[in-house]
Design a protein around this ligand. Structure first.
Ligand code: CP3
Length: 379
């Protein structure tokens, strides 16, 4: 893969005719003029009335799907991401398999680390590994600036291909990691439970910390806006690990940067879902930082979460572990989430975090059916 963002007038070796692709930057490919503006998912993002509750799942394209595992036997995660034809195919798998109301582009939040010069690999059974983690203030100075079109064009191309293949079936979600969650991987060098290195850097090198988060905010903000321009009808900012912070630290060290990323991302006009886990104590501050929809996990009842961000839509919040429960228990918990949302416009049904790799696709299909059966009009 060349890494170049191909325009519609360049040949594409895929089953989608090049002429079916919207020209990059064309008004019709802008999110404001999405091919599916009246889809319940996009209406719910804007808190407009819908005839039913839209549903999709974070990490809906992944190892729990046999079709994904088959593709992974011949290609690494990064190879799939770098190959738009393959990534677009994977993007569409859960739409065909589960009948969800949105597709999410197949990519990873850590991809910008490659052009930044941090070095990225995924180790089987361990997770991401950053080859050159940020260990000092000087390391922040060495980060290369990222241009979304030239450096991450393969993701934009996947969006073009996937949205052409989806036609008007369901909207496509673009995404990026939020500055804090990305900084935690860049500093820790991989996954962590304690965020000890991240916090040590934050408290001891505040100037370099703010420079790093500003750099990441600009990178992901521009990247998200480019994804909307390429055809993503909505955007999600994943601040998966921000719940490890106190309210005060979130306000001082993180919120301004998330706000900057969201402000830049909003330029293309697509609605933005602002997601985190363990954020029961941060929801009002996250809502203030920006976004049209707040994403919440299962640790807080949906109605209580919504009280903290009453002016926004809300996405969530079934515990992914419930997927391992017997069907009556799943039914009980799906109903509870929907009861708490009530008839208020703006609820998007989802899990509180990603689909576990061990999930049974049949259980996810059952959840989609339950949401459809229990759906009422939202006003
Ligand atoms: O449908 C989808 O959502 C798939 C697209 C997607 C991936 N990663 C592909 C992926 C999305 C939206 C992500 C987001 C992502 N990546 C997040 C935020 C969401 C969350 O879970 O909090 C984070 C923190 C990452 C970083 C990351 N990528 C980790 C920690 C891991 C290893 C853990 C794991 O699940 O294996 C990955 C790998 C990864 N990214 C996989 C997929 C499908 C599994 C890798 C594989 O196929 O080997």
């Amino acid at each position: 893969m060349s890494g170049q963002y191909r325009n519609s007038d360049q040949p594409l070796d895929s089953n989608v005719e090049a002429s079916a692709l919207p020209p990059a930057g064309d008004a019709a490919s802008k999110a404001g003029a999405s091919a599916t503006p009246d889809h319940p998912f996009l209406r719910a993002c804007r808190r407009l009335p819908t005839e039913r509750t839209p549903v999709w799942f974070m990490r809906q394209a992944g190892r729990y799907l046999p079709e994904y595992r088959a593709i992974r036997r011949n290609a690494s995660l990064l190879e799939i991401c770098h190959t738009p034809e393959l990534a677009a195919t994977v993007t569409l798998l859960p739409v065909d398999e589960l009948d969800v109301d949105a597709a999410i582009v197949f990519a990873d939040i850590l991809l910008p680390f490659e052009p930044m010069g941090l070095g990225l690999s995924f180790i089987e059974g361990t997770g991401p590994r950053i080859e050159h983690p940020i260990q000092s203030a000087a390391d922040v100075e060495t980060l290369r600036p990222v241009d979304p079109v030239t450096d991450l064009g393969y993701v934009l191309e996947t969006i073009q291909l996937a949205s052409a293949q989806l036609r008007d079936r369901v909207p496509l979600i673009g995404f990026a990691g939020a500055p804090f969650t990305l900084a935690s991987y860049a500093i820790e060098g991989g996954a962590t439970r304690s965020f000890a290195r991240t916090k040590r850097f934050m408290y001891n090198e505040p100037a370099a910390w703010h420079e790093l988060l500003d750099n990441l905010a600009q990178t992901v903000g521009r990247f998200l806006s480019a994804q909307a321009a390429a055809g993503a009808g909505a955007l999600q900012l994943f601040d998966s690990w921000v719940g490890c912070l106190s309210r005060d630290d979130y306000a001082r060290y993180v919120a301004p940067h998330s706000a900057r990323a969201i402000e830049l991302a909003s330029e293309a006009g697509a609605p933005i879902i602002h997601f985190g886990t363990g954020t029961s104590t941060l929801l009002d501050s996250m809502a203030e930082a920006g976004g049209d929809v707040i994403g919440v996990d299962w640790r807080i009842p949906l109605d209580e979460a919504w009280e903290q961000a009453p002016h926004l839509g809300i996405q969530g919040n079934l515990d992914p572990a419930v997927l391992s429960a017997p069907l009556p228990e799943i039914q009980h918990q799906v109903s509870d989430v929907m009861k708490r949302a009530g008839r208020r416009a703006g609820h998007i049904f989802n899990l509180g975090h990603g689909v576990p790799p061990t999930a049974d696709p049949e259980r996810l299909k059952a959840v989609v059916s339950m949401v459809r059966e229990r759906s009422v009009a939202h006003v």
